[in-house]
Design a protein around this ligand. Sequence first.
Ligand SMILES: [Zn+2]
Ligand SMILES: [Zn+2]
Length: 147
Amino acid sequence: MAKKTYAEKLKDPRWQKKRLEVLSDAEFQCELCGDTESTLHVHHKQYIKGHDVWEYERQQLACLCESCHENQHDLDVRFQDCYQGFLLMALAVKMKFIIFWLDFLVWKSRWIIFMSKCYTSAVMMLQITGEHYDETPFISVLPKRLA
Ligand SMILES: [Zn+2]
Ligand SMILES: [Zn+2]
């Protein structure tokens, strides 16, 4: 059987049944404003990936009048925007942190290079001046009282 579109799924008898259950449970009243005269919609509070429209529990669905339903979807869109904004911000913070970390690594490797240059030039200096140096050349360049 070919995959049904969302509109086709809404015509499925299983959804028709679920819808009627929600409507009668809500006593054919909008659950937000109590309207009994406008067209009533059954709204999904959330969509779960892989679930068919009728595969939801009663508490995941809401009986809403046309205008409350529209408002609810506006809110969802706004929340989605907010959430995406938050994700972007979190990503930016994370990037900042990565950059900071890379900076630290560069700084650390520069420090290591600097230290090794100091070390080799100290060794070279000792060699040039012909002074005695052993396995621990750093100690031999310390002032006498510290060595
Ligand atoms: Zn809806
Ligand atoms: Zn309403």
